[in-house]
Design a binder for this molecule. Structure first.
Ligand code: NAD
Length: 374
């Protein structure tokens, strides 16, 4: 079987699906690897690095002609999608819930799509393939570092000859993979961290990182905050209002707010109102990891945009944080792909067996996120 990693075409995207170390692992497993010319340059991998690792570095048209499976990071642009042919398989974070038309169109043309975003998250067998987790880890780390960089005071408590500086107070909303990494990173920098999630089971994880779990009740009494597959459910309008009101007082007292709350297939929950941001002290920093075209967790935040408001609060609408750390993100993503390909390739052939729980989910045939054909 031949797999080919294409150059990402999305604006600002610096990640690449395979890194040289992954090429070595795949070729050792009997998989032939192609890499598009220049594919790794955004993540500081040269064509020569790939050749040395055992890949054929080829132009796009040759890659599409020869690869059985095309590997990408984000969803393909229209031109890439057109280049795929019947019988070929496209593997990547294809965001099928956001772009259902793309996956449908490819399916109609006989192109199989394996969407890594549909991986069952709680299945331990699938953990090594979990690209959402590997990328969220990078995003959470970078969010904390960005917040620290934009904050004009120290994160840690410092005792110096000039006296003692108090530590920064950080509030992390949403304690999934990205939130937990943001908590851990802010703690390593010495901040005092408080966190909140609608899934009560996250309390233990927050506390084990040395952060305090915020005691507010956002869901109606007796209603669980968790939905399916370990994900949160969408709160009702009324619950969201109650949650925002409960959070307001805490936000006003905090120096840094990092928000990471998501509900699969829905627009991100609105957690921080414009009024709450206005009530923060000058010099405070808000990083919204959920910022998107659909809106984010923070009212008024926009992806890839930093605003310093009149009251001196900096609001950072995080865009592609994993891409901002392209080398680490690509290395982790490529490891996920190696694990996936080891799972899918049998006797030298790519086998997409719908009877296999992991494969079926990735094909969108039994999505735990309530996707395609559930
Ligand atoms: P996600 O990106 O979908 O959401 C981020 C967090 O936002 C979640 O923790 C969610 O509960 C929270 N959230 C949603 N609405 C909220 C609201 N209104 N207020 C506050 N918080 C809100 O989540 P994720 O990081 O992809 O993780 C999803 C699930 O998968 C979690 O349960 C995680 O523990 C689990 N997971 C398990 C494994 C594993 O078992 N190996 C690996 C990765 C993730």
């Amino acid at each position: 079987v031949t797999v080919g990693a294409v150059r990402e075409r999305a604006p600002g995207e610096r990640r690449v699906a395979l890194v040289p170390e992954a090429v070595t692992l795949l070729t050792r497993a009997g998989i032939d690897v192609l890499v598009e010319t220049g594919a790794g340059s955004g993540a500081w991998f040269t064509d020569a690095d790939y050749t040395e690792a055992g890949a054929g570095v080829v132009p796009a048209d040759e890659l599409y002609a020869r690869a059985d499976a095309v590997l990408c990071v984000g969803p393909p642009d229209a031109e890439t999608a057109r280049s795929l042919r019947a019988g070929q398989t496209l593997i990547g974070l294809l965001e099928p819930l956001r772009h259902p038309a793309l996956v449908r169109e490819l399916a109609e043309r006989g192109v199989r799509t394996v969407s890594l975003d549909l991986l069952p998250r709680t299945l331990s067998r699938a953990q090594s393939m979990d690209a959402l987790t590997s990328q969220a880890n990078v995003a959470g780390y970078k969010a904390a570092v960005l917040a620290a960089d934009s904050y004009d005071r120290f994160f840690p408590m410092l005792t110096t000859a000039a006296g003692t500086m108090r530590p920064a107070q950080v509030l992390v909303l949403g304690a999934g993979v990205a939130g937990l990494q943001a908590i851990a990173t802010a703690r390593r920098l010495g901040a005092v961290v408080t966190a909140y999630d609608v899934r009560p089971e996250s309390r233990g994880e927050v506390e084990s990182l040395g952060a305090r779990f915020l005691d507010i009740q956002s869901q109606a009494p007796g209603e669980p905050g968790a939905g399916q597959g370990g994900y949160a459910r969408e709160l009702t309008e009324e619950e969201q209002r109650a949650q925002r009101a409960a959070l307001d007082a805490h936000i006003a007292r905090t120096d840094i707010v990092i928000t990471t709350a998501q509900v699969p297939g829905r627009k991100p929950p609105s957690l921080v109102t414009a009024a709450a941001v206005r009530a923060m002290k000058p010099g405070s920093v808000v990083v919204d990891l959920a910022a998107s075209d659909l809106g984010g967790n923070v009212e008024g935040s926009e992806p890839d945009k930093t605003d310093v408001l009149d009251n001196g609060v900096t609001v950072i609408g995080a865009g592609r944080l994993p891409s901002a750390m392209a080398t680490a993100a690509s290395t982790a993503y490529a490891r996920n792909l190696v694990a996936l390909l080891r799972h899918l390739v049998r006797d030298g052939e790519l086998v997409l067996d719908p009877a296999d729980e992991i494969t079926a989910a990735l094909l969108g045939e039994a999505s735990p996120k309530g996707g395609a054909t559930s």
